[in-house]
Design a protein around this ligand. Structure first.
Ligand code: PMP
Length: 393
């Protein structure tokens, strides 16, 4: 029986991690793995999280089960960073904690399927797991173009997808800091997207995995809020794994916004049933630590400060790369300054990516995606020189 299973392709990024680890060159550069790094290459635990964890250790008096919805105070505290205005008070939103943003995306699409959605419109390229989850749920993926070659978003493609999707369609959009391109919709483009959703029966599924890593906590969610204000119903998947640095603790949340409060309980009961069948309940620790941060003014201020430091650092790297536009022809580096978050896509050929690895010890995904946080004052000159080398032929 089990021997009938065909081998699956190895995860390309994991293979890259191993190649990088095995490379003896001292000045090698890892731009593959999608985690934030400081200027020293570290991915430290946030001080605000350390503070919250110390409190949890001192004060937590039970590890008895929670329900499938997880830590409801965490879910409520986080909700105020996502939703605003009337939607917060009119009783149309229910939320639950999930194992990471991945669990939230899984729940969103699983619930959409239960409600009758048969196809999911997905801007490409996208985070590879989006397509995998859609396929695993046996939903149809309909792709549309996310970005244009000039480094701006392809608004027309998104609007066409929303208009075409129909009542059995869901349209999945990244809330901010698009992975892998770093190209987000502008405020005007979000308004056009919101207006298109308002006239379409398609279900908006909004995936927010990097709030605060782009322009700011409020700024990064403004587009999502524009959509949420315009539509009767929507699903939101959220990850706290980047903006609280909790990656392995798997902290996420899933919110359902219903047409009316009357239907909310039934909708949430379906999400609960799905969570039960998938993982029963989410892991507690990371969500509890986020809850402690968000319920304490001092820790919240410390967390927002740490997030700002990360954001500014990545902005600085983007500006340095953009300033090298004239040195490296054909890669459009200037556009990076206007893009957001951890990632950018460089239009390199697979030969150029292999040369960066073999000749210069620079590791990046085969798609040309780089993690901008893998760069810092010490290695940016080398990176720019290597790009100039491989693009000159
Ligand atoms: N959505 C997007 C767009 C992502 O890039 C990621 C993770 N890299 C996730 C969701 C899931 O995040 P998590 O690690 O919290 O599962």
């Amino acid at each position: 029986m089990l021997e009938n299973l065909p081998a699956q392709p190895a995860d390309a990024l994991l293979a890259l991690i191993k190649m990088h680890a095995d490379d003896p060159r001292a000045d090698k550069i890892d731009l593959g793995v999608g985690v934030y790094r400081t200027g020293d290459g570290a991915t430290p635990v946030f001080k605000a999280i350390k503070g919250a964890e110390a409190r949890l250790v001192a004060e937590q008096d039970s590890k008895s089960y929670l329900g499938p919805e997880g830590d409801s105070r965490f879910v409520e505290a986080l909700q105020t960073y996502i939703f605003d205005g009337e939607s917060m008070t009119d009783g149309r939103i229910a939320g639950m904690q999930t194992p990471g943003g991945t669990g939230a995306v899984r729940l969103a699409l699983g619930l959409a399927k239960k409600a009758g959605v048969t196809k999911v419109y997905l801007g490409v390229p996208s985070w590879p797991n989006h397509a995998q989850i859609i396929a695993d749920l046996e939903l149809e993926t309909v792709t549309f173009n996310h970005a244009r070659e000039d480094g701006t978003a392809d608004l027309d493609a998104a609007l066409n997808a929303i208009r075409e999707a129909g009542e059995r369609g869901a349209v999945l959009l990244h809330g901010c800091c698009h992975n892998p391109t770093g190209i987000d919709y502008t405020a005007d483009e979000w308004s056009a997207i919101a207006a298109a959703f308002a006239e379409s029966p398609a279900l908006p599924v909004l995936d927010i995995a990097y709030q605060g890593l782009g322009q700011g906590m409020e700024e990064d969610v403004a587009g999502v809020r524009t959509v949420l204000r315009a539509v009767p119903q929507a699903l939101v998947a959220y990850s706290c794994d980047k903006n609280f640095g909790l990656y392995r603790d798997r902290v996420g949340a899933f919110y359902m916004m219903a047409k009316s409060g009357d239907t909310l309980e039934a909708i949430a009961s379906n999400a609960n049933a799905l969570a039960r069948a998938n993982w029963s309940m989410p892991p507690d620790h990371g969500g509890a630590a986020v809850r402690v941060v968000l319920e304490d003014e001092g820790l919240t201020a410390e967390w927002l400060d740490e997030l700002e430091t990360m954001r500014e650092r990545m902005r600085g790297v983007r500006e340095r790369l953009a300033a090298a536009d004239a040195e490296v022809t054909g890669l459009g580096l200037a556009a990076l300054a206007g893009q957001n978050g951890l990632f950018a896509m460089l239009p390199l050929t697979s030969e150029q990516i292999a040369r960066l690895r073999d000749d210069h010890g620079i590791y990046m995904a085969g798609s040309g995606r780089i993690n901008v946080a893998g760069l810092h004052d010490g290695n940016i000159p080398k990176f720019i020189a290597a790009l100039a080398d491989v693009t000159q032929g």
